[in-house]
Design a protein around this ligand. Structure first.
Ligand code: SF4
Length: 280
């Protein structure tokens, strides 16, 4: 659970660049407010719009950006530093190869998400889907080349790829699995955990796509799942004394946040035990 190497490396790069001089991150480096406030305190500027970048250097986040987008930043006179995760880069390369081979680009992911925008912007006409009904609405193409956003659950991606094949039996469908290994590992672990616990706490930012997926996965196996961003969100009424509580966390959640939640739970359990002992 918790922070992946891609996010960790991106944060370290932002810290290094800020120590060397003024730098602006374009968009949220990670979808986690605790991490973002720490970066701001180190002098990292964060802007959502390229037109508002006040520094000469701009850092592209781990989610990546299209070639077109990076070229437009350079045209603005900016020095572009890439914190793009290598596994996002791999997804970009996979889609490019499919397009070059003559396949119509189709991305399984959340339309409008920064990673999906980065994947699709270099491929005009690229379709983005996340449900069977969106696949139903597609125009039939002779060849579909499919990749997915790196943080989608791979089981769901497989289902949707199978649906494309079934919906367009005359089309040639080629899928490259671009779900990243850290996402797969966290999904599998969350599934296993949720099957063994009475309560599951999922820790991560509210805009974090992979945290949302962990919530969905946990809810499929456990009826008492709570999504929280930090220890102050913890509500003791969620948990009974005899419960087994599981914790999982999205890839942008720092270890310190997870540790604080675990410590608060231990403290709460300890107090509960003491109260019960005194009552006896
Ligand atoms: S979630 Fe996967 S693709 Fe995204 S930064 Fe982490 S390792 Fe890279």
């Amino acid at each position: 659970m918790g922070m992946c190497f891609g996010v960790r490396d991106a944060i370290e790069l932002a810290q290094e660049r800020a120590a060397a001089g003024p730098v602006t991150v374009l968009g949220d480096l990670v979808h986690n407010e605790t991490v973002l406030s720490d970066l701001r305190s180190r002098g990292v500027l964060i802007r959502q719009d390229a037109a508002d970048i006040p520094t000469r250097e701009v850092l592209v986040t781990a989610h990546g950006a299209s070639d077109r987008r990076m070229e437009s930043l350079r045209q603005m006179g900016l020095t572009v530093t890439e914190a793009t995760c290598p596994l996002v880069h791999r997804a970009h390369q996979a889609l490019k190869k499919l397009v070059v081979a003559g396949f119509h680009p189709l991305v399984i992911g959340q339309a409008g998400h920064v990673e999906v925008r980065g994947l699709t912007e270099d491929h005009p006409g690229c379709d983005v889907v996340l449900s069977e009904s969106e696949i139903d609405a597609l125009t039939e193409r002779p060849r579909y080349g499919i990749v997915s956003q790196t943080t989608q659950p791979v089981t769901r991606v497989r289902e949707l790829v199978a649906y494309v094949t079934q919906r367009f039996p005359q089309s040639e469908v080629r899928w490259v699995d671009t779900v990243c290994q850290p996402t797969k590992d966290r999904q599998t672990a969350a599934e296993d955990l949720a099957g063994r616990c009475d309560v599951v706490l999922v820790v991560g930012g509210i805009h974090s796509n992979n945290t949302r997926r962990l919530v969905d996965t946990s809810r499929a196996r456990c009826s008492r799942v709570h999504w929280l961003q930090n220890a102050s969100d913890l509500d003791p009424s969620w948990i009974q004394a005899s419960d087994t509580v599981g914790i999982t966390a999205g890839t942008s959640t720092p270890d310190s946040v997870i540790d604080a939640i675990e410590a608060a739970l231990h403290e709460w359990a300890h107090q509960k035990t003491c109260t019960q002992t005194e009552a006896a």
